[in-house]
Design a binder for this molecule. Structure first.
Ligand SMILES: [Zn+2]
Length: 106
């Protein structure tokens, strides 16, 4: 299993699951029922996972298509991956919740 996306809430996670499933990607969600904890625990953001046999680059393109449809181009800049540990950080996080590293400047 590979974590591919950190959703802002469980509704978005579920919609991404439906979007990917309709395109032939096997998707698993975690933490969907703990979203009320996300204010105090960023690890409780619902995450979207794919199987090891899925191609993450292909799935990321699909998710970016979904986000562009949902929120417009700006959505793609809101979430960032940590350059040090590779963890996915939600919009608005100034430091990686996992290792405390600031995002790389673009
Ligand atoms: Zn990190």
């Amino acid at each position: 299993m590979q974590k591919i996306y950190l959703a802002r809430d469980f509704i978005e996670a579920e919609r991404i699951r439906e979007y990917l499933t309709a395109r032939g990607v096997a998707v698993h969600l975690s933490d969907v029922f703990t979203h009320s904890l996300q204010a105090v625990n960023p690890m409780a953001f619902p995450s979207v996972w794919i199987g090891d046999d899925e191609h993450p680059g292909h799935v990321r393109v699909l998710i970016e298509d979904f986000l562009r449809q949902e929120y417009g181009q700006s959505a793609l800049r809101m979430q960032w991956s940590c350059a040090v540990c590779g963890e996915i950080n939600p919009a608005g996080f100034e430091l990686c919740w996992h290792c405390g590293t600031a995002p790389a400047q673009e």
